[in-house]
Design a protein around this ligand. Structure first.
Ligand code: HPA
Ligand SMILES: [Zn+2]
Length: 359
């Protein structure tokens, strides 16, 4: 089967996405539209990249590292002000994801980055819920929200936001599926957040954290041991630099790694897709999913990430069935939904496996 036809298979393959920041799906065109609507002045006088959507997108091709990207990410999201803005953002992502056959998505958002600008948590939640309901109705996609707290802010502020979300009932009523952490990594090792993760565990709330993106394999080990997380977002450095004991531990604990190949290349965490540790992941039997992270900034949504791996590693249909099945099993949706998704994957894989080889 030639590569181009496997791209068609990959497009048709039912997918789940676990690592996608809604604010990172803000395409430059919507960013400029909302800036104009809300009277937000972008810093074009100090950074000419903000002159147009085109120049901004061009700048996104040259991020030096995670913090360089984050500086654009936080300016970009400053155009999000009212419910209609957040709803438009989320619905645009759900529409695009559905067009690539994402059937279930667990998406991040960063409430602290908005509350600092006076946007209430309830405004964001109402908007996202509307987008989720509309997307479920329009496309049959199931979605869950993961609230991320920011590592570059103090622990006390993370605790406050977490308590607010809990007190307002967003965990009890199922609006929020889990707690996570993102933003700068290297100066903020996992042990700093033990109090937050202990509290989440005590209240029976699911836990994940960005670790091992720019930070060393030790941060992944700390996240597992000290924070008791059930999932690691990225974790790529545990595979590129970690020892066999850490890799074996990730495999035996069935910890889901939510990996983001195009993001890793854009942020210089790996040199190129050929350095993505796909073979080590598969050989070790680690459960992982392939995701887009911040698709408006990193040059591709989930399908482009799948295709980039396909072009480099020449996988077969069975490999993709294994990867997507593992991703479903690591999801936080109901068992019933998982069973549906597994069946959808099997149907497509069986159909394509039965097709004659192309010349
Ligand atoms: O890839 C990421 N890493 C850390 N923080 C983030 N916030 C949005 N995307 C990211
Ligand atoms: Zn991320």
């Amino acid at each position: 089967m030639c590569n181009t036809s496997l791209h068609t298979f990959l497009a048709a393959l039912p997918k789940v996405e676990h690592h996608m920041h809604l604010e990172g799906s803000l395409e430059p065109e919507l960013l400029f539209k909302l800036a104009a609507k809300n009277g937000i002045t972008l810093p074009v006088s100090t950074d000419p990249a903000f002159a147009s959507a085109e120049s901004l997108r061009k700048r996104y091709e040259n991020f030096q590292n995670l913090d360089d990207f984050l500086s654009y990410y936080y300016i970009g999201m400053s155009v999000l002000i009212d419910e209609t803005d957040f709803e438009a953002l989320a619905y645009a992502y759900f529409t695009k994801a559905s067009s690539q056959n994402v059937r279930h998505a667990e998406v991040f958002f960063d409430p602290q980055a908005h509350s600092r600008r006076g946007v209430e948590l309830s405004t964001i939640i109402k908007a996202f819920r509307r987008a989720q309901e509309k997307a479920a109705h329009d496309f049959g996609i199931t979605t869950q929200l993961i609230m991320c707290l920011l590592r570059h802010l103090p622990l006390s502020e993370a605790m406050e936001t977490f308590s607010q979300a809990r007190n307002e009932g967003y965990y009890d009523d199922g609006t929020l599926a889990a707690v996570g952490m993102d933003s700068s990594e290297s100066p903020f090792p996992p042990f700093m957040w033990k109090e937050l993760y202990d509290a989440a565990k005590e209240f029976g709330i699911r836990r994940t954290i960005h670790a091992g993106e720019e930070g060393p394999p030790l941060y992944v080990a700390q996240a597992l041991e000290l924070l008791g997380v059930e999932r690691i977002d990225h974790g790529v450095r545990a595979l590129t630099e970690g020892d066999d004991a850490l890799v074996a531990r990730l495999a035996s604990s069935k910890t889901l790694l939510t990996l983001c190949p195009l993001s890793n290349v854009r942020l210089n965490c790996i040199n190129s897709i050929s350095s993505f540790p796909l073979r080590r992941l598969m050989d070790a039997g680690i459960r992982f999913s392939i995701n887009s992270d911040d698709p408006a900034y990193f040059g591709g949504y989930i399908l482009e990430n799948y295709c980039a791996l396909q072009d480099e590693f020449n996988l077969d249909i069975g490999d993709w069935e294994t990867i997507t099945r593992g991703a479903v099993l690591g999801s936080w949706c109901s068992e019933e939904r998982k069973a549906q998704l597994l069946e959808e994957i099997k149907d497509i894989a069986d159909k394509w496996s039965g097709l004659p080889e192309e010349e």
